[in-house]
Structures are given as structure tokens and as C-alpha cells.
Design a protein around this ligand. Structure first.
Ligand code: HEC
Ligand code: HEC
Length: 293
């Protein structure tokens, strides 16, 4: 190649290529952040345990600086710590890999996190969605806060939600039923709606059967039976009635559901896309009827 044709080649091929790359990189990153925002706001509800609350719900200007509730288990007492980008009290200086390990493997800087951090429902995140959640967290403003005193000693991990042992492949989300399972898992529906055996959640024998007790400052609530049982569960509810419970926090009779559910509905599940909501309903319809007289 002569010097002139080389220059010409560089101008024709290389510069559009560089331009395309330069344009593509930020665009891809922006898409990741948007997807991350959707996952966090509509499904994974990280705020529920990592953002302070006031009378009007989450305190947005202190977003991700630590949650209000203390989670007590046999061998632990922990609070949702600061996951904002603050360098000293948050995760600002953590590597992406360290953040990912906390989210999907429940591993923190000093070893195992207490199972109050629900990694067993997040392990299913596709590689791309996990990147997106991290990208979105990185966008959050740094907010300083005191590090909570965490106490934990060797609590065994909670059982991984059956079917969520490994990250989903992106193409699994094209299948509505698999997508519905993905949505239900990330939204942790069964962490509150499965029944318990010997004090532990029993997703295999009591998937969606209800009965788990919640004690909150607003009073007690019992996880409802959301199996397809016609009377004990939601088998005869219409899709619209189930959607109203999920996204508006109202029961079949129009009464407001208790805050354990209603807060999640209003702050998070209301933001689900119609595609995800339809997929979720489709999957809920496959839950075998359990409970009742
Ligand atoms: C049901 C409550 C709950 C939800 C929902 C939750 N977390 Fe956590 N998370 C915790 C608790 C509690 C801890 C502290 C556990 C410990 O220290 O043993 C924690 C720890 C972490 C840590 C480690 C931070 C540190 O300083 O050790 C990260 C990172 C994290 N969570 C990110 C997330 C993200 C991202 C989401 C949403 C995708 C999320 N969490 C959803 C309760 C929750
Ligand atoms: C933090 C716990 C929690 C999570 C997570 C949760 N729920 Fe609930 N849900 C409850 C409780 C508790 C009730 C009962 C509220 C009441 O008695 O007013 C309830 C009520 C319901 C109802 C109404 C049932 C009835 O008989 O009135 C439906 C339907 C429902 N939830 C579906 C879901 C779905 C689907 C998801 C996941 C997208 C989900 N819930 C996530 C705790 C939870």
C-alpha cells in the first residue's frame, strides 16, 4: 500500500470504526444503567433493606445509605449496610467483582454475609443483568453513614431457591414461563409466600402455601396462600385481580393489603413492565394447589 492509499484506508475504515466504537461504548453503558434501574426498582427491591425510611416511605436523598430494620437469626444480628458509592461507609472503592460476590454469592469483605442478604434469590441474575445492577448502583450518589455493628458467627446459608442455583442464560427470558420464574425469584415472592417446615422455608413441599408470620412495627401479617387452590389460594382469582394485589397492594375484595406486601407493591412491583407482569402471572398459575380444608 502506498502512503496515500494507506491514509485513505485509515480515513475510510479506521475513523468511522473509531467513531462507532466511541459512540457505542457510552450507549451500551447507558442501556445497562437503565436495565439496572428497572431491576432494582421494580424487582429486587434493594431499597427495602438498604435505604432509610421516613413517614413518606424511602428517604430518597439518603438512598442506599443503610436500612432501618435489624435482622435477627439464631447466629446473627445485622442491618442492611451502606451500598451507596461513598468510599468510606459504602461500596465506592469495592471492585465490581466484590460487589457481585456480595449480591449473588452472599460473600462480603470479612467472609459470609448473614442470610438476611437474600443472595439465594439473586444468583439467578443473568450475567448481563448482574452487570446492569452493579452499573446502576455505581450511579447512586455517595451518602456517608455509620457502619452498622454486624454480628454473625457461622450461620449456614439459606437453601438456594430451587431452580435458581445458577445464573440464567439471557435467551431463557424469551420464554414467558421461564421469564415469569425469573421475575418471581428476583422479587422474592416465595421468601414470604412459601410455607415452613420446622421453622425453615419449604419451597419443595409448600411452594406458595403461605403461613409465614411477619412481625413489623405496623403489626403482624401472615404470608398469604398464593397457590392455585380454589379457596385457600388464588386459583379462582382473575388475572386482573392478581395483578391488582401485586401492583396496587389491594386484595380481591378491594381492601388494602398489609404493609409487608402493600409497601413492596407500591414502591416496587407497580413498576413492573406488562411483559414481566404477564409472565409472572403465567408462572403463578403453575403452582400446584396446596392448603385448605
Ligand atoms: C431483605 C433484605 C435485603 C435485601 C432485599 C437486599 N439486601 Fe443487601 N444486605 C442485607 C443485609 C442485612 C446485609 C448485611 C449482611 C451481613 O453483614 O452479614 C446486606 C449486605 C449487602 C452487601 C454487602 C455490603 C457490606 O458492606 O458488607 C451488598 C453489596 C448488598 N447487600 C447489596 C444488595 C443489593 C444490590 C440488593 C438488591 C439487588 C440487596 N442487597 C438486597 C439485606 C438485604
Ligand atoms: C416481604 C414479604 C412479601 C413479599 C416479598 C411478597 N409478598 Fe405478597 N404478601 C405478603 C403478605 C404478608 C401478604 C398478606 C397481606 C395481608 O394479609 O393483608 C401478601 C399478600 C399477597 C397477595 C394477596 C393474597 C390474598 O389472599 O389476599 C398476593 C396475590 C401476593 N401477595 C402476591 C405476591 C407476589 C406475586 C409477590 C412477588 C412479586 C409477592 N407477593 C411478594 C408478603 C410478601
Amino acid at each position: 500500500m502506498s502512503a496515500t492509499s494507506l491514509r485513505l484506508w485509515a480515513r475510510r475504515v479506521l475513523s468511522p470504526l473509531c467513531l462507532a466504537l466511541a459512540l457505542a461504548a457510552p450507549a451500551a453503558a447507558a442501556a445497562d444503567v437503565e436495565r439496572g434501574r428497572y431491576l432494582v426498582e421494580a424487582l429486587t427491591a434493594c431499597d427495602n433493606c438498604h435505604t432509610p425510611r421516613g413517614p413518606d416511605g424511602y428517604v430518597r436523598e439518603k438512598r442506599f445509605s443503610g436500612g432501618p430494620q435489624t435482622f435477627n437469626g439464631p447466629n446473627y444480628s445485622v442491618r442492611g449496610p451502606n451500598i451507596s458509592s461513598d468510599a468510606a461507609s459504602g461500596i465506592g472503592v469495592w471492585s465490581d467483582d466484590a460487589v457481585k460476590a456480595a449480591i449473588v454469592a452472599g460473600i462480603g469483605p470479612d467472609g459470609r454475609l448473614a442470610p438476611a442478604m437474600p443472595s439465594e434469590y439473586y444468583r439467578i441474575l443473568t450475567m448481563r443483568d448482574l452487570e446492569a445492577v452493579v452499573a446502576y448502583l455505581r450511579e447512586a450518589a455517595p451518602v456517608a453513614s455509620a457502619r452498622p455493628e454486624q454480628r454473625r458467627d457461622g450461620e449456614p446459608r439459606a437453601e438456594t431457591f430451587p431452580g435458581a442455583e445458577a445464573p440464567f442464560e439471557e435467551k431463557a427470558l424469551d420464554d414467558p414461563l421461564r421469564r415469569g420464574f425469573y421475575v418471581a425469584t428476583l422479587a422474592r415472592c416465595m421468601e414470604c409466600h412459601s410455607g415452613e417446615t420446622n421453622g425453615a422455608l419449604d419451597h419443595r413441599e409448600k411452594l406458595g402455601a403461605g403461613g409465614k408470620l411477619f412481625r413489623t412495627p405496623a403489626g403482624t401479617a401472615v404470608g398469604a396462600n398464593i397457590t392455585q387452590h380454589p379457596t385457600a389460594g388464588i386459583g379462582v382469582w382473575s388475572d386482573e385481580e392478581i395483578k391488582a394485589a401485586i401492583t396496587k397492594g389491594v386484595g380481591r375484595d378491594g381492601r388494602p393489603l398489609k404493609p409487608t406486601m402493600a409497601n413492596l407493591s407500591k414502591a416496587h412491583f407497580a413498576k413492573m413492565t406488562p411483559q414481566d407482569l404477564d409472565a409472572l402471572i403465567l408462572w403463578l398459575r403453575t403452582i400446584p394447589p396446596r392448603g385448605g380444608p
